[in-house]
Design a protein around this ligand. Structure first.
Ligand code: C2E
Ligand code: MG
Ligand code: MG
Length: 685
């Protein structure tokens, strides 16, 4: 169960913190760095492997060099040996061999130097000595060696002693050359080995890095998948929360209420022990006059007011109570405590005014209480509590009424009608017609009474007698009255310059509404109707309550500059003495005295109750009020009323209520007749 608005809010699943994958987190940076390092390691290892291979090529070159040098030596030795043996040797062939040898050696040497040069840098990096002296020896040795061979070849044709001498010298250089080759071979071998080792290490690093990257990636992927799973679950939690909660107040909605109701009633049945935890009870709370506030201040403020209201209601709850929002300005409470005490505390909690845009706004609540939910499902329980709530509204609002079975009579139709009515308001099914009130002496229309009609989608045009009492009972009259007032003022602007006044009916509920003054002021300023062209008709029953309160409201309205009329006078058995306290302009004699009422079949030509009409006219005169007679159906009625001193007549004799266009036509015809009459007067004169 959810004891309060606030605690429930805290349980709301978090949706706002979902992180996208676009922003690199710390782990991604590490992954990137390690990846780069691994790549660098792989690249380095490739370079090192190549270097090692080149060092091996150096070694091979050295081998070649050695072979060639030895070969050259052999050529020379062979020549000398043959010569000394007294055999004739072809100089040309020796020379050719020697030249080929030299070219090969030069090529090999160049190759060696090239490799050596490229290797120097890597050698430095690896810390392997590339001894330039050795290289120099190699170069010199090779050069000398070649020179020596050359010399020997030249000398072969000369004295063998000198050749031997030369070779003796050459021998020495040959030895040096071999030593140099060995030195270079050592360096190259070391370098190749170092390269191979380093390459091995770097490869190990690269492999490690790659493994790390792969591991990290797999880890990351796992985390991503886990987070996606978490997000999905959070999202599902949000969805299921939303399904059971009202988005405005975050209170459980009907569905949430039904779930709790089912659980609690099942537990209550299972234990069979109603005493220990208390019997479950359902309270249906509907705010009185909320719609008016909503329409006056706008939906945003209305929403805020609903939230504030929910907080106040929640403050009355204890552990185990559930507060839900049924919809609109209706709340449900499920409790196992003393329901009457809870209802009383909720009504009391709403009593202090709310502050809306700097204004103090008073709200009350009507509460229906259902104490026995046994055998009922949630829907049936809520319906019964709702019916009790209507009974509370009917009894005067701001109170709690406990459900009893006899309330069920006719209740379903009433609920259907209310649903229809609310929909009708939303869909602008209500319109206004106007009935002229005509001066009995002048024959000129002085004012128009605005009368509401409901253009019902299936029942057709419905008259106010059928829905006004219901609208008053449910409080929906405030909304309806505002619609009529605004529409009437809006349309009447085009008649005000003819001096025609628009009369709008106010129901007793509207008359007691603290926001009435604001509403009237708003309707005037929005339409541009001058206040003296607006008349408000208040029924006799409305003004006969608390006299001082009535006087205060009347004075406030008068201060706006509007006219006031007392409607249906004579039917409310009012204390006539009070009339003198009320600063009203018009007294409307009820049609029951003029044309007669229901079932009263009087002679249609005469006033139904002339004596009363005369008495009322006399009293109105005494209080300096204008007198309007309703229900004027015949010329006799009009004549008699005029004879008795009534000022204005309203009834089918002049016109039935018609729409705005009908009034335009009516006024035009009247003006035409007026002109004709003037012309006739002129002619007569
Ligand atoms: P009401 O204010 O006394 O309005 C006069 C009613 O008498 C109107 O009925 C009108 O059509 C009817 N009527 C006028 N002349 C004659 C006549 O010569 N013969 C007969 N038989 N009837 C005549 P309607 O329009 O059905 O309204 C009935 C009542 O509903 C009104 O009585 C008024 O109390 C209430 N009403 C109408 N519109 C509104 C409204 O916008 N707000 C409120 N609060 N009440 C309204
Ligand atoms: Mg009226
Ligand atoms: Mg009337």
């Amino acid at each position: 169960m959810t004891p309060s608005v606030t605690s429930d809010t805290a349980e709301r699943p978090e949706t706002s913190k979902r992180r996208g994958f676009g922003v690199p987190g710390g782990a991604w940076i590490v992954l990137g760095v390690v990846g780069l390092l691994s790549f660098a390691a792989v690249a380095t290892s490739v370079v090192l492997h190549r270097h090692a291979a080149e060092r091996h090529a150096v070694l091979e070159s050295l081998g070649q060099l050695e072979t060639r040098a030895t070969g050259q030596a052999n050529v020379v030795w062979r020549g000398l040996t043959l010569r000394m043996a007294g055999e004739q040797l072809s100089f040309v062939s020796l020379r050719g061999e020697e030249l080929r040898g030299r070219t090969e050696i030069a090529k090999e040497f160049k190759n060696l130097l090239d490799l050596q040069e490229r290797g120097v840098q890597v050698n430095q990096w690896l810390g392997v000595d590339t001894d330039p002296e050795v290289m120099e020896t190699l170069r010199e040795g090779t050069g000398s060696f070649l020179g020596a061979v050359h010399g020997a070849m030249g000398m072969m044709a000369m004295q063998p002693e000198r050749v031997r001498l030369r070779l003796g010298q050459w021998d020495m250089r040959f030895g040096a050359l071999m030593a140099a080759i060995d030195a270079v071979r050592d360096g190259a071998t070391a370098s190749a080995q170092a390269s191979s080792e380093a390459a091995g290490q770097v490869t190990a690093v690269a492999a490690g890095g790659t493994l790390l990257v792969a591991g990290l990636f797999v880890f990351k992927l796992g985390r991503m998948r886990a987070r996606r799973e978490r997000d999905r679950r959070a999202f599902e939690a949000v969805l299921s929360h939303q399904a059971g909660h009202d988005p405005l107040t975050d209170l459980p909605n009907r569905r949430g209420f039904k779930q709790s109701f089912d659980t609690v009633s099942a537990m209550s049945v299972a234990t069979g022990d109603h005493q220990a935890s208390g019997k479950p009870a359902v309270l249906f709370l509907d705010l009185d006059g909320f719609k008016l506030v909503n329409d006056t201040y706008g939906h945003k403020t209305g929403d805020q007011l609903l939230i504030n209201t929910a907080v106040r209601i929640a403050s009355c709850l204890a552990d185990g109570d559930l507060l839900a929002r049924q919809g609109g300005d209706e709340f449900l409470v499920l409790t196992q405590r003393d329901s009457a005490a809870l209802a009383a505390s909720m009504i009391a909690a709403l009593a202090p005014p709310f502050t809306l845009e700097g204004n103090e706004v008073f709200l009350s609540a009507s509460v229906g209480v259902l104490d026995d939910v046994e055998g009922l499902d949630a829907e049936q329980a809520v319906q019964r509590a709702d019916i009790a709530m209507y009974a509370a509204k009917k009894a005067g609002r701001a109170r709690a009424v406990v459900f009893s079975e006899d309330m069920m009579d006719g209740a379903p139709e009433r609920l259907a009608l209310e649903a229809d009515f609310r929909r009708g308001l939303e869909r602008d099914e209500f319109s206004v017609v106007y009935q002229p009130k005509v001066g009995l002496r002048s024959g000129v229309t002085e004012s128009l009474e605005a009368l509401v009609r409901w253009n019902h989608p299936t029942r057709g045009m419905v008259g106010p007698d059928l829905f006004i009492p219901f609208a008053e009972e449910t409080g929906l009259i405030s909304e309806l009255g505002r619609v009529v007032l605004e529409q009437a003022c809006h349309e009447a602007v085009r008649w005000q310059d003819r001096g025609v006044v628009i009369a709008v009916n106010l129901s007793p509920v509207q008359f007691r509404n603290p926001n009435l003054i604001n509403e009237v002021r708003g309707a005037l300023s929005e339409s541009g109707l001058r206040p003296e062209h607006l008349e408000l008709e208040i029924t006799e029953s409305a003004v006969m309550g608390d006299v001082s309160e009535t006087v205060a409201v009347i004075n406030e309205l008068k201060a706006l500059g509007v006219r006031l009329a007392i409607d249906d006078f004579g039917t409310g058995y009012s204390n006539l003495a009070h009339l003198k306290h009320f600063n009203v302009d018009v007294l409307k004699i009820d049609q029951a005295f003029v044309r007669g009422g229901n079932g009263q079949l009087d002679t249609p030509d005469h006033l139904c109750d002339g004596a009363i009409v005369e008495a009322v006219i006399g009293m109105a005169r005494a209080f300096d009020m204008h007198v309007v007679a309703e229900g004027v159906e015949t010329i006799c009625h009009a004549d008699e009323l005029r004879g008795m001193g009534a000022d204005v007549g309203q009834g089918y004799f002049f016109s039935r209520p018609v729409d705005g266009a009908g009034i335009d036509a009516f006024l035009a015809a009247e003006a035409e007749a007026d002109r004709d009459a003037d012309d006739a007067d002129d002619v007569a004169a």
